[in-house]
Design a protein around this ligand. Structure first.
Ligand code: SF4
Length: 256
């Protein structure tokens, strides 16, 4: 299986120097996703490796990630397992076990649509991540609009996604569901059609008062659905207003 590897990063794992692995395939395929090659690749095989100039985020066979963990374990403090949607991948347990054995903390990024797979990891001491970052794209009742962009989608998918996301939220808000304490952060990209004042309020209603909620600006240019490149991003002032609204319910809401 080929995967994306960022050998060192200071931004993917808060307060840690970490390697980040990006696993192929995604069950959402958001129209504004900027990583088309990775999310449209086969979950089992990943994207094709092409000759490159040797950057810091190349596709490599997953065995190269195992080697990197082993070789750099004295320098690295963490491993970020991201995607695509990481929980689709059969390689996640082995990545976690190898990272933990090397003394690295593990952070898992997920879109929250596979609560049973997440529960299986959280409940197992050997596989429980140290941190989970959950992407919340919009008001859960609007996930049907995201899934409508998929050619293989069906009208029932939106309801299924809403139910799955709410199950994941409940799981993350139930400390006893995890084999050890897990740091949680929530993330939302300010995509104007999907994240408006009413959506912020609906999402905030689902989070705990002391949740850590991070926002990021929408950056058009490489959207999976090219029509979304024409969407005007929020201005800084518009984002500030939405963050102030979020802070009325979730004080630790900030722009990242
Ligand atoms: S969930 Fe993330 S990786 Fe998947 S399509 Fe959406 S933005 Fe891309």
């Amino acid at each position: 299986m080929n995967v994306g590897l960022q050998k060192t990063s200071l931004v993917n794992y808060p307060r840690r120097l970490a390697a980040a692995v990006f696993l192929p395939g995604c069950n959402l395929r958001c129209p504004y996703c900027y990583n088309a090659e990775l999310v449209c690749a086969s979950v089992l095989h990943g994207p094709v490796i092409r000759a490159s100039a040797g950057g810091n985020n190349d596709y490599v066979p997953v065995e190269a990630v195992f080697e990197h963990i082993e070789k750099r374990k004295s320098v690295l403090q963490g491993l970020v397992i991201s995607g695509g949607e990481a929980l689709l991948s059969p390689v996640v347990p082995e990545l976690i076990v190898r990272a933990k054995k090397a003394g690295l903390a593990v952070k898992l990024d997920t879109n929250g649509l596979l609560p049973d797979a997440l529960q299986a990891l959280l409940g197992d001491r050997a596989l429980c991540p140290d941190m989970v970052a959950l992407d919340i794209k919009t008001n859960p009742s609007r996930y049907g609009e995201l899934l409508a962009a998929r050619q293989d989608g069906s009208p029932a998918d939106g309801l299924h996604a809403e139910t799955a996301l709410k199950k994941t939220l409940k799981l993350l808000q139930t400390p006893e569901a995890s084999a050890h304490p897990v740091e949680i952060e929530y993330r939302t990209v300010f995509v104007p059609p999907l994240v408006q004042a009413a959506d912020i309020q609906a999402i905030a209603d689902l989070l705990q008062h002391d949740a850590q909620w991070f926002f990021a600006p929408f950056l058009p240019g490489q959207c999976l659905n090219p029509a979304w490149n024409k969407i005007r991003p929020y201005t800084m002032e518009e984002m500030k207003q939405l963050i102030l609204l979020a802070q009325t319910k979730i004080p630790h809401s900030t722009l990242r």
